[in-house]
Design a protein around this ligand. Structure first.
Ligand code: CMC
Length: 429
């Protein structure tokens, strides 16, 4: 990474500050302000971090203008078509595609660590059946640090915790679902691979045989791959922020799960389906709905549209739209919500409001419709996103921990409150 160029900043008092320019592998440019305050007393203000790079990272490259997304250099389109979720997890975390032996060992370890401590089953029983599964899985992931207390030791072998987490989140997610519908928990089956095992734990019941459908398994693999990383998004930045304090892996990932839950982030897949169902039930036309969005009536947004980084198209949405047609056709599902979604997309893409604001379908626009077709209930959609994003969070946590330049994340602020004033006893107020 070259650090040769320099930018100059002239402050109101005429003082000039020289700032190094950092250039990334793909010719991305940044002004390095790390010494700005020490040299000038000034800080930068960037609400929502629209222009702020929080770290250097070698994991994921994305270009929002060109619609490019690559994990460790590999285009998302190639990975979604040719790889599987376990291999992509290995790639993100270890920085290279595994050879035959490495892939086998990694897969075997994930299979062996799929059980959770029997005592943790009591936790599921303690939650009310109406609990949102995101609340349950985040609590469970935090609890893993209680069951594996060596994770609190900063010299611990993180690889075993990484394996446990990757394997057990899948079990926890499926158990949370089973509890919510009052069905017996289905233990993992070692003969199945990662995604097949997840489907088994979700949909099998002890009273009958369950055969994992190869179509469903492939669809889950692809969905998880598409969600596996997205560089410094809200939840990943949260994982890095929490981890920068020295918090253990489980605590850092639990924080990421909670950040993901919001409807502007991973919660959007659930919000899209609720929006489409709302349109269907209310009887208003989708065109009227789009008019309400444009006039910002009740702050209505077209959920599943728009992205902080993609300003042309989201390459994940492109893959998902095609996949949506294929999966629904394979399963013989005819979902009226898909018709509404497609009609809205067609109109929105020609409408000046959406064009001028560069709003395009994002990864969440079609993923919910696919999950529905697979039989996954709406409140589990964000859990699916979490399952997919997990290797990305882990890769970033590991990269941060291993980076000798890591410092605790601690932004500054511009204070806009009262100047000093003195305490007034209550009887004088
Ligand atoms: N529908 C209608 N208007 C929108 C939308 C939308 N989905 N998204 C942005 N806008 C408008 C917004 O009102 C604003 O208009 P104005 O300039 O008149 O104030 C302008 O576009 C810029 O919006 P912003 O909120 O300042 O942009 P942002 O970069 O801060 O927000 C976003 C990005 C994803 C939060 C936003 O586009 C959004 O709320 N989308 C809907 C929720 C969604 O689908 N989220 C999933 C994102 S992809 C999955 C993930 O990685 O999390």
């Amino acid at each position: 990474m070259a650090e040769k160029q320099e930018a100059k900043l002239t402050l109101p008092d005429g003082k000039e500050v020289k700032l190094p320019v950092i250039v990334g592998t793909e010719d991305e440019h940044a002004v390095d302000i790390s010494k700005l305050r020490a040299e000038s007393g000034y800080i930068t203000l960037d609400t929502g971090f629209m222009n702020t790079g929080s770290t250097k990272s070698a994991i994921t490259y994305l270009d929002g203008e060109q619609g490019i997304l690559r994990y460790r250099g590999y285009p998302i389109e190639e990975l979604a078509e040719k790889s599987n979720f376990v291999e992509v997890s290995y790639l993100l975390i270890n920085g290279k595609l595994p050879n035959e032996r490495e892939r086998k060992d990694f897969g075997t370890n994930l299979t062996r660590h799929s059980l959770i401590h029997e005592d943790m089953h009591n936790f599921f029983a303690g939650f009310p059946p109406t609990s949102h599964p995101m609340a349950v899985i985040s609590a469970m992931v935090t609890s893993l640090s209680a069951y594996y207390p060596d994770s609190l030791d900063r010299d611990t072998d993180v690889s075993i915790h990484i394996t446990r987490l990757l394997s057990k989140l899948r079990t926890i997610a499926a158990f949370a679902y089973k509890k919510s519908i009052g069905q017996p928990l289905m233990y993992p089956k070692n003969s199945l691979n990662y995604c097949g095992n997840f489907l088994h734990m979700m949909f099998a019941v002890p009273s009958e045989d369950y055969e994992v459908s190869p179509i469903l398994e492939k669809a889950v693999n692809q969905l998880l791959i598409l969600h596996a990383d997205h560089e410094q998004n809200c939840s990943t930045s949260t994982v890095r922020m929490v981890g920068s304090s020295g918090a253990n892996l489980y605590a850092s990932i639990a924080a990421g799960i909670l950040a993901l839950w919001g409807p502007l982030h991973g919660g959007a897949n659930q919000a899209v389906i609720e929006m489409l169902e709302g349109i269907q039930k209310s009887g208003i036309s989708y065109k009227q709905f789009l008019e309400d969005v444009k006039s910002k009536k009740d702050n209505t947004r077209l959920m599943g549209f728009g992205h902080r980084v993609y300003k042309n198209f989201d390459p994940r949405a492109k893959i998902l739209k095609k996949m949506c047609d294929e999966v629904l056709a394979h399963l013989g599902v005819n979902d009226p919500l898909l018709d509404i979604a497609k009609s809205m997309e067609e109109v929105a893409l020609k409408d000046d409001y959406f064009i001028s604001k560069k709003l395009y379908p994002n990864v969440d626009f079609y993923s919910g419709i696919i999950y529905r077709a697979l039989g996954i209930p709406t409140n589990m959609f964000t859990v699916m996103f979490a399952l997919g994003r997990l290797p990305g969070w882990i890769a970033h946590w590991k990269e941060m921990v291993e980076d000798k330049d890591t410092k605790i994340g601690r932004p500054r602020q511009i204070y806009t409150g009262d100047k000093v004033r003195h305490y007034v006893p209550i009887e004088q107020r």
